[in-house]
Ligand binder design. Structure first.
Ligand code: SAM
Length: 390
């Protein structure tokens, strides 16, 4: 659970809340509108969106905070696993930057962690409305007070698929953009990605998408296809097992970040304190590989007590108020969601929900056989003991 909450966030949302011009949008039906808009975004597949002023505003109000926590999570992973923020300077390309969610999380992260790195930030977006909100709220005179790092800041308006010359970056982020691209543009997207990274230094790409069962499987397959075709690339998170270039394997895991509903949302009768998402962090160099786990396929026998290592892939799938809670794990060799684990004990539940997908555990428990058409794996493990390895 992330409890930190940026002061400026409340400040800014209060400013938005009290803004006379846009205040006309804040009416009793705002929640319904936001909800409707959110659904349109989530269910849309392959249509480029034209953000109207109202949509940009709703995006800022509704999605920015949710995304903030996701971005903060990515930044923590990068900090833990790479030397990126220990470098003297880094260049960042935020493709489809929208209203500045990543930028604000970055500024906040650098402040909290007392990082002194020089930032050269470029945000690209084809929506001038979104860029307008970005500049208005997150690159204003007031906001600059929160910036402690030396910063170069630019935003460009245009279609990133048409950019001919793009300065290479240490970090490229493409958040919630892929699902807005048409089928044809998705192919171009993957071809373009590697072009943005520096060749002479280790650089990173973060791609993330909202959870949508139908689209996410395609997203994972496409990511793996990219890794398969670009041999010099590897995956930093969430999956950093060996043999990950096996393109036939499919995985549909997703991550959840929990946080506390911001107080201003409560004023708007909104309650949201978790965010589901899928993501991949890719690197242009091989990342040192880690623990190799046993293949679950070979060890699952009904009623047996087993002990094995596996990585967490999805947390508390059905959000049930009562146990057993269901999690997905993978053996890491085939990168398939090989099995579900059922958790009865609250301490185990917390241990898993407070970890990251991709973290490796030693599980002990009893194998049971489950029936049901929709179950991908026919075995599940009733967990008795969990030890976190990494
Ligand atoms: C759902 S928003 C995500 C905004 C931000 N990245 C975030 O995660 O909060 C998608 C953004 O991508 C932009 N976008 C979509 N296709 C684009 C393209 N081909 N070139 C540039 N921007 C694009 C849209 O205008 C929109 O601002």
């Amino acid at each position: 659970m992330i409890n930190k909450f940026p002061d400026y966030y409340d400040l800014l949302l209060n400013e938005i809340y009290n803004d006379k011009i846009i205040n006309k949008h804040i009416e009793k039906k705002i929640c319904l509108k936001m909800d409707k808009f959110r659904k349109t975004l989530q269910h849309r597949n392959g249509y480029d969106v034209n953000y109207s002023e109202e949509q940009s505003f709703l995006y800022t109000m509704y999605f920015w905070p949710v995304n903030f926590f996701k971005f903060y999570y990515f930044l923590e992973i990068l900090d833990e696993k790479t030397d990126l923020f220990d470098r003297e300077k880094i260049s960042i390309g935020d493709i489809g930057c929208g209203t500045g969610g990543f930028f604000t999380a970055l500024i906040y992260f650098l402040n909290v962690k007392h990082k002194k790195v020089k930032i050269d930030y470029t945000g690209f977006d084809m929506s001038t409305e979104n860029l307008k909100y970005f500049r208005k709220y997150f690159f204003s005179k007031d906001f600059k007070k929160f910036i402690n790092n030396p910063l170069k800041f630019n935003t460009y308006s245009g279609d990133f698929l048409e950019i001919k010359k793009f300065p290479k970056k240490d970090l490229v982020i493409v958040s919630n953009v892929y699902s807005e691209l048409s089928e044809e543009n998705r192919d171009i997207f993957w071809k373009k990605l590697s072009v943005y990274l520096k060749k002479d230094e280790q650089s990173y790409i973060i791609i993330n998408e909202p959870v949508n069962r139908k689209n996410n499987e395609r997203f994972h397959v496409a990511c793996r296809g990219f890794l398969f075709e670009n041999n010099d690339f590897s995956e930093l998170a969430p999956n950093n097992f060996e043999n990950q270039h096996d393109n036939s394997a499919i995985s549909d895991y997703f991550e959840t970040v929990q946080f506390k509903t911001p107080s201003i949302w409560e004023k708007l009768w909104l309650k949201k304190d978790d965010a589901d998402f899928v993501y991949r962090i890719l690197s242009n160099r091989k990342v040192t590989k880690s623990v190799k786990a046993k293949d679950l396929k070979d060890i699952l026998v009904k009623d047996e007590f087993i002990k094995f290592n596996a990585a967490l892939m999805t947390k508390d799938i059905y959000r049930k108020p009562k146990p057993p809670w269901r999690f997905k794990i993978t053996d890491g060799i085939n990168d398939i969601n090989m099995s579900d684990v059922l958790v009865d004990n609250e301490e185990h539940y917390l241990k898993l929900t407070e970890s990251r997908i991709g973290d490796i555990f030693e599980f002990s428990g009893k194998v049971i056989r489950e029936k049901g058409k929709k179950l991908k794996s026919k075995f599940a493990i009733e967990v008795q003991k969990i030890v976190k390895l990494r």
